[in-house]
Write a protein that binds this ligand. Structure first.
Ligand SMILES: [Ca+2]
Ligand SMILES: [Zn+2]
Length: 444
């Protein structure tokens, strides 16, 4: 990866090719104020637009100037898309636009995003702040990272084509004007880079000194290398993992995995950095998201990882290995210093009392017991074998319990090899009652 600041400097030269417009700033690589309808029709593609929706270039802008109006009476994802080419690879860009809304409801509301959901992108959920209801003109933005192709598709949309919990799609009316794309301004993101990470966050979150941030990133590097050691592979062909704060995320979400890992701009980013400074807490949330990027489906690819019945458990489980290895401090309400198993044991005890093992944390605790008895090498062996085994060779895995049994089989094989005698971890590390409860929880 080239240094980001360097590439931003290079791009200012490139921007000189753009014809001067009234408000064009030197860095802009694309600007449209929709003043020329024929140009807009050429530069933008109108996406799927059912009868219940419309996309029009209308003179509804400030002072009667032209803008684009998207309206839909049904929940949908209606958008205009601009195909952007010639970007410097692996560089942060910012798209800004003026937006006005009327009665926008549901999904991701009125939103800017990249049309990359079906293009095998690592950042499909990236978006600007979601606007709902009726609002006068305001500016919104999103930062994104260009990939190796130097191309992407930027969208001004009503609704979002993919669904997180709220289904993405929206209805109402939105107007977009003054769309601008430029390398993200130098001062707009606080960027720090380490061996495996590139942190890019809104400077408002940074109250600690640079050295503290760098030390935190070194901790993430150590976790990253532990994940690699456990699984024998790295995601995104070993490319650095970016962590980017974003204003476009569902309420209640803390972050979304991918590259970049999208970190909710409304999350307590500042608090996490301060907890590292004051308590050397490595930061559960980010370790969890990095953990997700190491899932077999992401790190190896499609067609792998069918044995994994719940990556919320395994993202944390990968973390447990890293924390154990480095005796790191982590907090989940209380601080755990090199004994993060205690956190999961509490969930286990509660589950045992209730007679219900649905809790992922309780299942996590029991998986950790196997490592306590036979050592983490059992997991290294089993995971690395599983990460090399395509789903079609795993046999039929209809229920989550089948997946659990599949993992147990690989763990038993690994434990047998390491111990030099036959070991069945399901019977040496679980009680019959626990297995009964796990079976009930995972066959629902
Ligand atoms: Ca305009
Ligand atoms: Zn998660």
């Amino acid at each position: 990866m080239k240094r980001c600041l360097l590439t931003i400097v290079c791009l200012t030269a490139l921007a000189a090719k753009i014809p001067a417009m009234a408000e064009t700033v030197a860095d802009d690589i694309f600007v449209d104020d929709f003043s020329s309808k024929s140009r807009s029709q050429k530069e933008w593609t109108i996406g799927t637009c059912p009868k219940t929706a419309s996309v029009q270039y209308v003179k509804d802008g400030k002072g009667g100037n032209r803008c684009v109006k998207i309206t839909s009476s049904e929940k949908d994802a209606v958008r205009i898309t601009h195909h952007l080419t010639g970007l410097d690879p692996n560089t942060f860009y910012r798209i800004t636009a003026k937006v006005k809304t009327q009665d926008v409801q549901e999904g991701r509301g009125a939103v800017l995003y990249l049309d990359v959901l079906d293009k095998d992108s690592d950042q499909p959920w990236n978006a600007s702040k979601f606007l709902y209801g009726t609002n006068d003109w305001q500016e919104v933005y999103m930062d994104f990272v260009s990939d190796e192709t130097g191309e992407t598709y930027v969208c001004c949309g009503l609704g979002f084509p993919g669904g997180t919990y709220n289904g993405g799609k929206a209805k109402g009316t939105v107007w977009f004007d003054d769309v601008r794309i430029a390398p993200t301004p130098k001062n707009a993101l606080y960027i720090r880079e380490s061996k495996h990470m590139i942190l890019a966050i809104d400077p408002k979150h940074v109250s600690v000194d640079d050295k503290t941030v760098e030390q935190w990133l070194q901790s993430l590097d150590k976790a990253y290398e532990a994940y690699e050691e456990l699984l024998g592979t790295t995601p995104y062909n070993g490319a650095k993992i970016r962590i980017l704060t974003t204003p476009g995320m569902e309420e209640g979400y803390w972050a979304l995995a991918g590259n970049p890992i999208l970190w909710n701009d409304n999350a307590d980013v500042k608090g996490l950095l301060e907890k590292f400074k004051n308590h050397k807490d490595w930061g559960f949330g980010i370790l969890h998201e990095i953990g997700h990027t190491f899932s077999a489906g992401t790190a190896v690819g499609e067609g792998y990882g069918a044995w994994n019945w719940n990556d919320e458990i395994f993202a944390n489980f990968r973390m447990s290995y890293a924390l154990d290895k480095w005796e790191a401090v982590i907090s989940q309400n209380t601080f755990y210093m090199g004994d993060n198993i205690a956190y999961y044991k509490r969930a286990y005890k509660k589950s045992l009392e209730k007679g219900n093992m649905e809790s992922g944390d309780a299942q996590h605790y029991m998986l950790m017991r196997i490592a306590e008895v036979y050592g983490w090498d059992v997991y290294k062996k089993a995971f690395q074998r599983l990460y090399k085994t395509p789903d079609k060779e795993l046999g039929k895995l209809d229920t989550d319990y089948d997946k659990f049994v599949c993992l147990m089989k690989y763990l038993s094989q690994a434990a047998s090899e390491i111990m030099g005698r036959p070991v069945d971890v399901m019977h040496t590390c679980y009680t019959p009652k626990e297995l009964e409860m796990i079976k009930a929880a995972l066959t629902k």
